[in-house]
Design a protein around this ligand. Structure first.
Ligand code: SF4
Length: 213
């Protein structure tokens, strides 16, 4: 319709988008162009708080870095780390240390703010994500090294899909579902394979309790 009724010509085809050759999430230790290094780490489902950030700020300052970034993948990146400081910074324990070597289940998990901070949400998302990561790490520990580098788990509090479950290997979506008595209650629907198949399982939640995480 656009071509026939408005443009009067065919739309011009552009080149196909490039296929990413790496996860692109900055996780791990990588060289900067200036000879120093940046370290990408994964707080579980992007969960941080003031206490953690202050602790992290003190830690990276003690290792000579003045710069820290957060990313759209819900990761933390510490910049400008000298080569001789990398191992010390990676090993230093924090109360809730963002993990620079996360498991395949922890690495690519993303959750929207959920019922804690979004009035549109039906369910809790962040602590659900942390729980699911722990369960996957335990249940699939013996096959984790056979899985691809990225296994994406995205969690939305409602169908608006800010955390983009449609492009995730496993997607969890909060919504209302009718029970046997016809009454609607908050539930979490599970989908898989980047939206290429219909939902494979549905798990009802008894309530949408606020997060403790
Ligand atoms: S997906 Fe829904 S609940 Fe989550 S942030 Fe977006 S609008 Fe809010």
């Amino acid at each position: 319709m656009i071509e026939d009724e408005y443009l009067g010509r065919s739309l011009t085809d552009g080149p196909e988008p490039l296929t990413p050759t790496s996860p692109g999430d900055h996780i791990g230790v990588h060289a900067q162009k200036d000879g120093r290094f940046y370290i990408g780490a994964a707080p579980a489902v992007g969960r941080v708080n003031g206490e953690l950030l202050l602790e992290l700020a003190d830690l990276i300052e003690a290792h000579g870095s003045q710069r820290l970034r957060t990313t759209p993948h819900q990761k933390i990146v510490v910049l400008d780390v000298a080569a001789e400081k990398v191992e010390s910074l990676k090993r230093r324990p924090l109360r809730a240390r963002p993990d620079p070597s996360p498991s395949v289940f922890r690495r690519s998990t993303m959750a929207c703010t959920g019922i804690e901070f979004c009035k549109l949400s039906f369910v809790e998302t962040k602590s659900t994500g942390i729980t699911v990561i722990g369960q996957l790490e335990e249940a699939l520990a013996d096959v984790a090294d056979q899985l691809p580098e990225r296994l994406t788990l995205n969690i939305n509090g409602c169908p608006n899909s800010c955390a983009r479950i449609q492009v995730a290997d496993i997607g969890l979506k909060g919504q209302l579902m009718a029970g046997d008595d016809g009454e609607q209650t908050p539930a979490t629907k599970c989908t898989s394979e980047a939206g290429s198949r219909p939902p494979t399982a549905t798990r009802k939640r008894a309530s949408a309790a606020p997060s403790a995480g």
